[in-house]
Design a protein around this ligand. Structure first.
Ligand code: ADP
Ligand code: MG
Length: 624
């Protein structure tokens, strides 16, 4: 496909074509820049803090909103960034050690130290805590958030609870950013840069994988994504953004003490990300603004109302968060974006350059044994779901696995695709032992699969879902994505996804959210996603369920064509007519055991098969 893939035109659009989210953003920045010199010092300070907080909240949007990992401990990383530069710039022992280094360099050394320290600490914390599931991860973040806070207050060389004063102003080239108004420009430049980079990231191969972390880790692994590593990288990036904010903070305040890095500030950062719009980058800015303005007002009013001083605003924040989340489950940003659309603002159209070439897999010659299960047994406690199942699928054949509900078919699929490990027995893929390897290794060696219970990202487009299937055919990573150096490869991945979508007959739905399709069609999207990885072996778990007659015919035709192209297909299906007409060979499972094996004609005559289906007229032609 040579035409550059472009994103679908915006559905809404009563505004002029130039009125896009990008023009609105640029206009807002220009206006703010023009007003900057005339703003009151109070407003500048407020905006500076909003910027600093937005930077941390941005990391949280990525980590929590998109990646599904809740952290209450980000304030500790802000502290690392702040204390590192404070120590480098203001500690006498460092001054002695760094004699001869120009003073203007010190903040930059501080930044380097802060980022390195944060990377080390986040790396170590991530390695330990990111494996925790459910509520344990958020609890762990509270634990280390508290620990680091107390560490800041108790280390003598960090000045204890008084902290460190006398931090030098930041110098950028010839400019000394001593005035908050000057440093504010840098703060907001950093925020805008981070917004741009993260926006690019989320709109890329890596971003698609990150989006799959929240709901579909099992699925993402089957597409070849190393989700453990990806989670650690997201965690690291969020921590580095927090540290960057801390560095800027230290040079804005010119002194640091432990208070702003306390766990309750960590909770506030999470408020900002969630209230603003946990999955939306601009939600971080909205959330930071809202919390800053509220805090400002509440700190004024609450003590007057209550006749006592204290941090009462945190109570109001808690209540507010509950109300907002009741009414706006996805935070405020989607509502604001909806207003903008109604005012005629279009999403910025995405234009991609001509695609680069994707690596192509040479399929093994017909007859090659693709997957081989040798006496595979799977026990769930006392239940034997698979008992010594042996089966092989060859290139260029459709092999059907049938059997009553609960016979162990889906379990067997998981055994031979690395989703789960057999209790006994071995799995070989293209002549290599694969037992115990993760499912992403199976994907890399040419296995593509669908799931009986559809695993799609319902809010993402069909195109986006299918492109995730081509993950392993792309190479571009974090940096290339953030800097937009991945566009030709991205064009190629999208073109490939569109090709598979077209082949599966879903072209008109390419830009529809996958969750909006009928369940039967969602199964077809899963097939397109598997095909985007250019597999040699395709595992389909009940692909025809929920399809209408004509759609089933189209599916049978597609599978037949794939077979002729040389793919091996293993299919679990209950529609006997479909299976008998399509399959070259059939294996019948009952109570986890293979009870028959052969051509459709042989299997239909087998007395054990007839008995297993006793009382069921499935084998005489009707649907099971
Ligand atoms: P099929 O796909 O043939 O309908 P499955 O492979 O889904 O059957 O299930 C086979 C048996 O294994 C069933 O009795 C099911 O309840 C059981 N089973 C499947 N997965 C698990 C699991 N993760 N834990 C416990 N039992 C399971
Ligand atoms: Mg099943």
């Amino acid at each position: 496909m040579s035409a550059p893939a472009t994103r679908a035109p915006a559905a809404t659009g009563n505004g002029p074509a130039w009125l896009t989210t990008r023009t609105v953003t640029v206009a807002a920045v220009v206006v703010l820049l023009a007003l900057w010199g005339g703003l009151s010092p109070f407003t500048v300070t407020l905006l500076n803090y909003i910027g600093l907080h937005a930077l941390v909240a941005l990391g949280l949007v990525l980590l929590t909103g998109v990646g599904g990992m809740t952290s209450f401990g980000q304030a500790a990383f802000v502290g690392l960034g702040a204390y590192a530069t404070a120590w480098v710039c203001a500690a006498p022992e460092v001054a002695a050690a760094l004699q001869g280094v120009p003073a203007a360099w010190l903040p930059w050394l501080g930044l380097a130290l802060g980022l390195v320290l944060t990377a080390l600490v986040a790396g170590a914390l991530g390695a330990v805590t990111l494996r925790l599931g459910g509520h344990y991860l958020p609890l762990a973040t509270i634990a280390w958030g508290l620990s680091l806070y107390f560490l800041f207050g108790n280390l003598g060389f960090l000045g204890g609870h008084t902290g460190i004063t006398g931090i030098a102003a930041l110098q950028v080239g010839p400019w000394t950013l001593a005035d908050p108004r000057e440093l504010g420009l840098l703060i907001w430049a950093v925020v805008l840069l981070a917004l741009w980079a993260l926006h690019n990231l989320l709109d890329s191969r890596t971003g698609r994988a990150v989006r799959a972390l929240k709901s579909g880790r099992l699925m993402a692994e089957s597409m070849g994504v190393d989700t453990g590593r990806l989670r650690a990288q997201v965690f690291l990036l969020a921590a580095l953004l927090a540290a960057l904010s801390g560095w800027l903070y230290a040079h804005l305040q010119r002194f640091v003490n432990p208070t702003p890095f306390n766990i309750n500030i960590g909770i506030e950062y999470l408020f900002m990300a969630v209230v603003g719009g946990s999955g939306h980058l601009w939600g971080a800015v909205v959330g930071a603004t809202l919390i800053a303005l509220l805090k400002e007002q509440l700190q004024d009013w609450l003590p007057r109302l209550l006749g006592a001083s204290g941090n009462f605003e945190i109570i109001i924040f808690g209540l507010l968060m509950m109300v907002v989340l009741q009414r706006y489950a996805d935070g405020l940003w989607p509502t604001l974006a909806g207003w903008a659309r109604r005012l005629g603002v279009h999403p910025t159209p995405v234009r991609l350059p001509p695609p680069s070439a994707l690596p192509q897999r040479t399929l093994p010659p017909p007859g090659t044994v693709l997957v081989q299960a040798r006496d595979v047994t799977k026990r769930f406690g006392g239940l034997v779901a698979n008992s010594q199942v042996s089966l092989e699928v060859r290139a260029g054949e459709v092999h059907a696995l049938i059997g009553p509900n609960g016979a162990g078919k889906s379990t067997f699929f998981n055994m031979i695709s690395g989703v789960d490990d057999p209790t006994e027995g071995e799995v070989w893929l293209l002549g290599e032992p694969m037992t115990g390897r993760p499912s992403r290794d199976f994907a890399a060696r040419g296995l593509g699969r669908t799931f009986q219970h559809v695993r799609l990202l319902g809010q993402r487009s069909v195109l986006d879902n299918v492109a995730l299937g081509a993950h392993l055919r792309g190479r571009r990573g974090w940096l290339a994505s953030m800097l937009r150096l991945d566009r030709r490869e991205e064009a190629a991945l999208q073109a490939e996804a569109l090709r598979q979508i077209e082949r599966c007959g879903l072209t008109e739905h390419a830009h529809t959210p996958a969750g909006a399709l009928a369940l039967g069609q969602q199964r077809i999207v899963e097939i397109a996603r598997a095909l985007a990885g250019q597999p040699a072996l395709l595992l389909l778990d009940e692909p025809a369920a929920g399809l209408r007659h004509l759609e089933k015919q189209a599916l049978a035709k597609l599978l037949d064509q794939l077979r002729r192209e040389g793919l091996g297909i293993l299919i679990v299906e209950h529609d006997m007519e479909f299976v008998m007409n399509l399959a070259d060979r059939i294996t019948v499972l009952d109570f986890g055991t293979v009870i028959a094996h052969g051509t459709p004609a042989e299997v239909q005559r087998d007395p054990r098969v007839l008995q297993a289906y006793l009382g069921d007229d499935a084998l005489s032609g009707g649907a099971a």
